[in-house]
Design a protein around this ligand. Structure first.
Ligand SMILES: Nc1nc2c(ncn2[C@@H]2O[C@H](COP(=O)(O)OP(=O)(O)OP(=O)(O)O)[C@@H](O)[C@H]2O)c(=O)[nH]1
Ligand SMILES: [Mg+2]
Length: 427
């Protein structure tokens, strides 16, 4: 298992060197391979070399063609690599065959992502979710797993299991999965309590979503700075999957405008399905939000691809139709905004680093989430000083007049307050 020290650097006894192998079935996969290398780095594995094969579809037995496998063997020998990382999820059969042929540690993109998640998860729920995803991945592949793909389990170096051992393993895993599901039920109960509390507070909820490393946490921290109330900042770092657990903060723009901001786990291309499934409950927070801020790294040239990936995951978690603002971040690294064509009027260009246009973004968020506020004309009798005080403290007042029969307010109210105070409307 990978270990991280307090600076989030990987601490490990042995450093693996890997050949990264990918299959190009359609367009260019250079980026996808670079990203795989980034994922390897995040897991503390050094990329020693790359190998890409053009092929209409993966080979059922070996993923790549036989000739390419021979090339890998040669590359590993030349570059002193002890591991091969495949850019797609492998089947049990492929793993078994590859192990036999290569006699090296074999990992696929899914295992890599699950490994990173396993090492970064902090909350009890996060840890349970990742473990469930790992077991879901392993279950149908038990037969294929010898020394590879079992880094979290029996450890590197053990041979493929026998039939009897397989059956015991299967039963053991199924039992553990049930146990985790039960534990998750309990943990989630407290999450729904938290959500109910949030709904009761009546504060609008805004969620940050987007590709990993786009700057969601940085934007959250910037908004915390601009707000009146200083809440604890969240962890931001130049690495994939810096954030794994959703965290929420109250942002009070001014005394009259307060909302809840949720920071979420970043998405990545080919995010393992088992992981999305396992994280569904955490990601549900997004589906409950009133507004999504879809953060895009504008400095990355193919950001449209990131946007597509993010939107697909949003679809999968049932949040595709949410009201959304596109936030192109890291504009300090982009020479001209002309290169980026705005998708619609809900597009903003900011830099969380320099603060560029953050005020414009805040204004837009404000207009969206407080737009259903109603301007009311109320006459509050003098014996209801409590209501007058509430309006002064919580609401944006347009006009106040002291009249013979009470205090007159022209005031902006959230719909719920408007309903409660209806009987005080000026006749
Ligand atoms: N130059 C520049 N760097 C930025 C900006 N915003 C964020 N960054 C950097 O980009 C890196 C990623 O930022 P995070 O806020 O951790 O990104 P994230 O979207 O939360 O990433 P995950 O939690 O991994 O999904 C950090 O090193 C930030 O300091 C920006 O506007 N300009
Ligand atoms: Mg983050």
């Amino acid at each position: 298992m990978l270990q991280f020290n307090e600076n989030n650097e990987v601490v490990r006894e042995e450093q693996h060197r890997a050949i990264l192998a990918g299959l190009q079935t359609g367009g260019d996969i250079t980026y996808s391979m670079e990203e795989l290398s980034g994922l390897a780095e995040a897991a503390g594995i050094e990329a020693a070399g790359f190998l890409v094969q053009r092929k209409a579809r993966p080979d059922a037995a070996l993923y790549l063609g036989k000739g390419k496998i021979d090339e890998i063997i040669e590359m590993c020998a030349n570059m002193e690599a002890d591991m091969v990382i495949f850019n797609d999820e492998l089947s049990g059969v492929q793993i078994r065959n590859l192990e036999e042929k290569l006699d090296l540690v074999i990992i696929d993109r899914t295992v890599l992502i699950l490994d990173i998640f396993a090492n970064r998860a902090i909350s009890r729920e996060g840890k349970l979710q990742v473990e469930l995803a790992q077991l879901q991945y392993r279950m149908p592949r038990l037969r294929g797993m010898g020394k590879s793909l079992s880094r979290a389990g029996s450890g590197i170096g053990t041979r493929g299991p026998g039939e009897k051992k397989l059956e015991t393993d299967r039963r053991h895993i199924a039992g553990r999965m049930d146990e985790i599901k039960r534990e998750l039920e309990e943990v989630r109960h407290s999450r729904s309590t938290q959500r109910a509390k949030r709904q009761k507070s009546g504060l609008p909820v805004v969620a940050l979503v987007g590709y990993t490393n786009s700057g969601k946490s940085a934007i959250m921290n910037k908004l915390l700075e601009t707000g009146e109330k200083t809440d604890k900042s969240v962890f931001e770092e130049d690495m994939l999957f810096a954030t794994l657990d959703t965290s929420q903060r109250n942002i009070r723009l001014d005394t009259k405008h307060e909302f809840i901001l949720i920071d979420t786990v970043g998405f990545v291309s080919k995010l393992p399905h088992s992981l999305i499934k396992a994280f569904k409950a955490t990601l549900e927070e997004v589906a409950y939000a009133d507004l999504l801020l879809h953060v895009v790294d504008a400095s990355y040239k193919d950001h449209d691809f990131h946007i597509d990936v993010t939107n697909k995951v949003l679809e999968e978690i049932g949040a595709a139709d949410k009201e959304k603002i596109y936030v192109y971040n890291k504009m300090d690294l982009v020479e001209t905004a002309d290169e980026i064509l705005p998708e619609d009027t809900n597009t903003f260009f900011v830099s969380a680093k320099t603060g560029y246009n953050m005020d414009v973004l805040v204004e837009a968020v404000k207009n969206k989430i407080f737009s259903d506020f109603i301007v009311a004309r109320l006459l509050i009798p003098y014996d209801r000083g409590d209501i007058s005080a509430y309006l002064h403290e919580k609401c944006r007042i347009i006009k106040v007049e002291h009249r013979a029969d009470g205090t007159f307010f022209e005031v902006e109210l959230p719909p719920a307050d408007f309903g409660r105070l209806e009987s005080y409307r000026e006749k």
